[in-house]
Design a protein around this ligand. Structure first.
Ligand SMILES: [Zn+2]
Length: 356
């Protein structure tokens, strides 16, 4: 089956340029955190029953982000890497504004597994979408460029984001996970059945900002324990963990045997800490050939995600291929009209930070 590729090819190429300029392996970034929030007030409120869920018939949107830009002045500099951040990332403020609009426009988070099998339910009158975040690894190249350092659990067991920069080291909500967790607590009908989103993880610089790829690291045991605890907490609070390959490889350019070795490496390092997953997010959104799709399916990845500017769900020899819209500077510049049912680009874009 032919999966139509739109401007995604450009995204992939541009990204690899930005990435290779800054570090040996393309792309990356990490994200953050969990759900948590004192839910006492919500749980004890018996006067507002949860909205009844009704079946949804039709396509399901899927929006993806990279980890969020915490300090735009560090990320959006006038160099090649800054261009990459402007093109492929959004800021914390932009993400918060997008969430507000998605909620106001009637959208509700659903679990990707329900979307794949066509068993989606939403509060009456609302529309479903899947959310995902790629490269939740907090790569070395991005840490000094206004991005967070790693995910952490706070003293309440909630997932938060550690930021380290010239202002010091601090625990914040400045990435997708804590922001979404808190938003769902405040607006329960923004999530069906407690669904949150999908977190795509490579392995070549560890997981969640912990360098568990380096067994010789003096704090390796501590890192491994923190990753396990984060994975368990994320899964328990509605998040789905996904592989994004080990080395952020372009599946359209490497052999199936190479992909299998890469997959084996991800499984060897990640699964003992965070468990297995059935979701594979293609790096760069690049579609593999059928042999590789089948090899990934055989390795347990029955759900595979590419990129497109419209929602598509294609069955390919038993694997389900779900498209995702990239929400970033390029989408702001080129797809405002297509995004209008989701959010108003002009209202959410930080023109001052971007110089647009
Ligand atoms: Zn990626």
């Amino acid at each position: 089956l032919a999966v139509r590729r739109v401007p995604v090819v450009c995204v992939a190429l541009l990204f690899s340029v930005a990435c290779t300029a800054a570090h040996p392996t393309p792309l990356a970034e990490a994200s953050g955190s969990t759900t948590s929030t004192p839910s006492t007030s919500v749980a004890s409120t018996t006067t507002v029953p949860p909205a009844a869920l009704v079946p949804w018939i039709g396509p399901v949107e899927h929006l993806f982000f990279h980890t969020l830009v915490v300090r735009p002045e560090l990320a959006f500099q006038r160099d090649a890497l800054g261009r990459g951040f402007r093109d492929y990332f959004v800021t914390v403020g932009e993400f918060r504004a997008i969430l507000d609009q998605l909620y106001a426009n009637g959208w509700t988070l659903v679990d990707i597994h329900h979307a794949i099998v066509g068993d989606v339910q939403v509060p009456e009158g609302r529309k479903p979408f899947v959310l995902s975040e790629d490269d939740v690894n907090y790569y070395d190249y991005s840490r000094p460029r206004g991005q967070a350092w790693r995910l952490v659990l706070d003293t309440s067991g909630d997932v938060k984001v550690e930021v380290r920069d010239d202002l010091g080291t601090r625990i914040t909500d400045d990435d997708l996970v804590p922001i979404v967790d808190e938003f769902v607590t405040a607006h329960p009908d923004f999530s069906a059945d407690g669904a949150k989103g999908v977190l795509g993880l490579t392995g070549y610089e560890g997981l969640f900002g912990e360098r568990v790829n380096r067994p010789s690291d003096p704090d390796f045991e501590g890192s491994a324990e923190r990753v396990s605890a984060l994975g368990a907490r994320l899964r328990a609070t509605g998040w789905t963990l996904a592989t994004h390959s080990y080395g952020h490889i372009d599946l359209s350019k490497v052999s199936t045997a190479r992909v299998q070795r890469d997959t084996d490496q991800w499984k060897a390092e990640a699964e003992p800490l965070i468990g297995s997953t059935d979701v594979y997010i293609y790096p760069f959104g690049a579609n593999p050939g059928l042999a590789t799709t089948n090899a990934l399916k055989a390795a347990g990845y029955s759900i595979q995600c590419n990129i497109d500017s419209t929602p598509r769900l294609v069955q390919r020899d038993g694997a389900s291929i779900m498209s995702r819209r990239h929400i970033d500077g390029i989408a702001f510049a080129q797809q405002a009209r297509h995004l209008a049912p989701l959010f108003d680009v002009d209202a959410v874009e930080d023109h001052d930070a971007r110089g647009t």
